[in-house]
Each structure stands twice: as structure tokens, then as C-alpha cells.
Design a binder for this molecule. Structure first.
Ligand code: ASP
Length: 438
């Protein structure tokens, strides 16, 4: 079985966890290991990536960054020392420091966290080191699929097993470019795609996804299997263990992702798979949500018969750089649901523009709505599920402001008052699972 394994920052924060990583690698024998930069080594500590951004910030204002850089040096040197490795990283640290002082780009500076960690990990595991700058091609902030595949075939496929640092690649000029934060997940997914891996293991500090936020529901049940599409519905609402963009490359090749806990490799974790078998389909796979949405409700007689009405309405939000979360509609009215933070101060302007472009009978706004997505592959086709959800909410005296059911038939999105958010999630959870009250 061809495995690509990515280890997150918390799995590589110090020598102790490096040892756990080595044991896992010896057992599972991944062909490629993708490391993040070291994360926080204790709760008050810092992530190396944050320190590197800080160094770059100081250097770009011509301020001395020695004090911050020392923390970076010490973290890496301690790891090398504690693992009794023979490599010297002095020279690479000096090179990095000189480049930061010499005006290295923000992306270059940030990428060095993964780069140095990759060098150390390759030495420790006895793997080859292949620099991501030589194989991951990034165009306009996104993965250039064809070019990357070509480079992987030329420069990685004959170097296996290898360590490939996460988070960055290069543009067509050869300059280093990073993905957005948490982007090592994307690197692992891209490498899995290009090498046609059988499995993408993503090792982190939790044992996979949970049915609901443990900050709201006490000891929620783990999700052992979830389909890519269910996960998209859940991650869109906020429950992130994995970078959102990491799903796309593996999905193209139908490669499953296995989220696992470096500290508890015996735990089952979560498999993210192309499609669930009948027996794995859940009524409710997950419940996730977000607060602070607002609605613009536009009324106009015969609006659904008016050609171009929805386009004109949507264009007002587009030109104001506001992405639309949902557009539930009735015969003569439509509500546009957007994040409050995106509107901030633009309400009056948006209303005026809607008036001009759409000539409605009225426009009303309301604030403080939370959206809750209840996601499950079998949910919509099973009788009584919605009844169960809404009975649970009614029993708690929770008023439902809005119900949106995606045509994909795998989720129901429910709008409630912000203040009812947590209670609503607990009620829905308890209707399908039993909350641990102990
Ligand atoms: N080190 C980067 C970050 O902290 C990327 C990653 O860890 O995936 O965002």
C-alpha cells in the first residue's frame, strides 16, 4: 500500500514527538513524509511559523530581530541535540537569518520553518530530502496541477522514500510561494495525487473529527467515516481539523484521507472517503455551525418571473466583495444571508444599490443569526429525521428563524438566534446521540 503521511506542527514540536513519528513511520512505511514546522512545544510557547513571520515583519522595518531568531535557533538545535543527530544545522540557520535580514520575501521567510524541519526529519528517518520548491508549482496562489505532476515524476518519484516539506512550493520564476496557513495539509494531498497514493495519512493531535464541537457538547462521539462531500458541508460551517483546500487534490484521484492522532496511534481516527458504503451511512454524521450572520430580505411582487432579478441582486453583493452564504426564496421574496463581519458598515450602501438595481417593494435586514448545518448522507431520505430535529428544538423553546435544505440532500441548515446556538446544537445532538452527562 502506497502511503503519503503528513505530520502537523504539534506532532513535530520537540524530540519526544519526533520519536513517536519515527515509530509510526517504521510501522506504516509511507513513501513520502510531509512535515509542518514545529508547533507550540507548550501551551504558552510559539509556533515556529509565527516567529518567522515576526522576524520578517521586524526586518522589513529595519528593526533588529535577533531576539526572536534566537528562539527559532534554540528550538531546532534542541531537537537535533535531543535526538543525537549528526547533522549540523548551523549553516542553514545562518543562511536563513542572512536572507531574512537581506529582504527575503514574507513567503520565503515563513517557508523556512518547514524547510529546516524537513532536513532534520529526513536525517532522523533515513529518508531522502526533496525540496518542495523543486516539485510543487504554485500559480496565482493555487496548485498548478500539470506542472507539479511533471516535476514530481522527474524529481521525486525516483527519490522515494522521501521527506517533502509542507506549506510551500515555487512559482514559475522559481520564487518561493506558500499556501495559506495550515497549508502543509495541501502539500500532502498534492503529493498523494501526483504519486497515485493509496492512502493519505494526516497525523495530528486529535483522533479525528467529532460529531459536534466538544466545547458545546460534552464528549461528543467521534466520526469514524465521512464522505468528502459531507466533510465539505461541515468544514464550510467551521469544524476544521484539516485545511479546506486539502480535499480537492486527493478527491480528484479518489484517494481516502485518514486523520490520526500521533499521541494515540491506536485510536481509529477518521477516514474521509469518496463514498460511504450503505452500512457506514449515518442519519446524522455531524453538526456544525457558526454565529453572526445577517439577512437582507427583499420583497417584490412577481420577482420570480422577472428575468435577471437574482443576477442583479447577487451582483450588488459581488461588487461589495461580500460572498453569499445562502439565498432561500419564496414566491415574492428572497433573503440573502451573509456574514455580519463582511457587511460591516456597508448596510446602507447595499440597500441603496439593491433599490436602484432591483426596484423592490421593500428591503429588510435582521442581525444575530446563527446557522447550524446538520449533515448526514441518509438523513433526507429517511422519514422522520427533520421531525426529530425540529421537535428537539421546539422542546427547548428554540425558535427556528430559517430552514435551508440543500438540493444535494445531505444537509439541512437551520437558522436560529445567536443566543440559542449552543443549546440548539446540544438539542439536535441529543436527539440522535446521547450526550455524556457525567
Ligand atoms: N506551518 C504552517 C502554519 O503554521 C503550515 C502548517 O503547519 O501546515 O500555518
Amino acid at each position: 500500500m502506497k502511503i503519503v503521511a503528513k505530520f502537523g506542527g504539534s506532532s513535530l514540536a520537540g524530540a519526544e514527538v519526533f520519536k513517536k513519528v519515527k515509530a509510526i513511520v517504521q510501522e506504516n512505511k509511507p513513501v513520502v513524509v510531509v512535515p509542518s514546522a514545529p508547533g507550540k512545544s507548550h501551551s504558552k510557547g510559539h509556533k515556529i511559523t509565527d516567529l518567522l513571520y515576526m522576524c520578517h515583519q521586524l526586518a522589513s522595518h529595519n528593526l533588529n530581530f535577533d531576539e526572536v531568531f534566537i528562539h527559532i535557533e534554540t528550538r531546532y538545535k534542541t531537537i537535533v541535540e535531543d535526538l543525537a543527530l549528526k547533522i549540523s544545522i548551523d549553516q542553514v540557520l545562518t543562511e536563513v537569518k542572512t536572507s531574512i535580514a537581506g529582504g527575503g520575501s514574507r513567503d520565503y521567510c515563513a517557508s523556512r520553518g518547514e524547510y529546516i524541519n524537513g532536513l532534520i526529519l529526513a536525517e532522523y528517518l533515513g529518508y531522502n530530502f526533496v525540496d518542495s520548491k523543486d516539485i510543487i508549482r504554485i500559480k496565482n496562489g493555487h496548485w498548478d496541477m500539470e506542472e507539479t505532476k511533471k516535476l514530481v515524476d522527474e524529481k521525486l518519484a525516483n527519490q522515494l522514500p522521501a521527506v517533502v516539506p509542507g506549506f510551500y512550493g515555487s512559482d514559475s520564476e522559481g520564487d518561493i510561494v506558500t499556501f495559506s496557513r495550515g497549508g502543509s495539509d495541501i502539500t500532502g494531498s498534492i503529493v498523494s495525487n501526483c504519486l497515485d497514493a493509496d492512502l493519505y495519512e494526516n497525523w495530528t493531535d486529535v483522533s479525528g473529527f467529532l460529531v459536534a464541537d466538544p466545547g458545546i457538547v460534552k464528549n461528543p462521539k467521534p466520526i469514524h467515516r465521512v464522505s468528502y462531500r459531507e466533510l465539505r458541508e461541515l468544514s464550510y460551517m467551521g469544524a476544521m481539523v484539516l485545511h479546506e483546500e486539502a480535499i480537492f487534490p486527493v478527491r480528484l484521484k479518489q484517494i481516502p484521507i485518514h486523520i490520526r492522532n500521533t499521541n494515540h496511534p491506536e485510536d481509529e481516527g477518521t477516514y474521509i472517503v469518496p463514498e460511504l458504503g450503505e452500512k457506514d451511512k449515518n442519519l446524522v454524521t455531524g453538526i456544525a455551525g457558526k454565529k453572526d450572520f445577517m439577512t437582507f430580505t427583499v420583497e417584490k411582487t412577481f420577482l420570480s418571473e422577472e428575468l435577471g432579478f437574482f443576477r442583479r441582486l447577487a451582483s450588488v453583493f459581488e461588487t461589495n466583495h461580500i460572498s453569499i452564504a445562502h439565498i432561500p426564496s419564496g414566491m415574492d421574496n428572497v433573503s440573502v444571508i451573509v456574514a455580519e463581519s463582511a457587511v460591516a458598515g456597508k448596510e446602507k450602501k447595499i440597500k441603496e444599490e439593491i433599490s436602484i438595481y432591483c426596484e423592490p417593494d421593500s428591503i429588510q435586514t435582521s442581525y444575530h443569526m446563527a446557522l447550524i448545518a446538520v449533515v448526514g448522507r441518509k438523513m433526507i431520505s429517511t422519514k422522520g429525521v427533520s421531525a426529530k430535529i425540529f421537535t428537539a428544538l421546539a422542546r427547548q423553546g428554540i425558535n427556528v428563524r430559517m430552514i435551508i435544505q440543500g438540493a444535494s440532500e445531505l444537509n439541512i441548515v437551520i437558522g436560529v438566534e445567536n443566543e440559542d446556538f449552543e443549546e440548539a446544537i446540544r438539542s439536535i445532538y441529543n436527539a440522535f446521540y446521547k450526550e455524556d452527562k457525567a
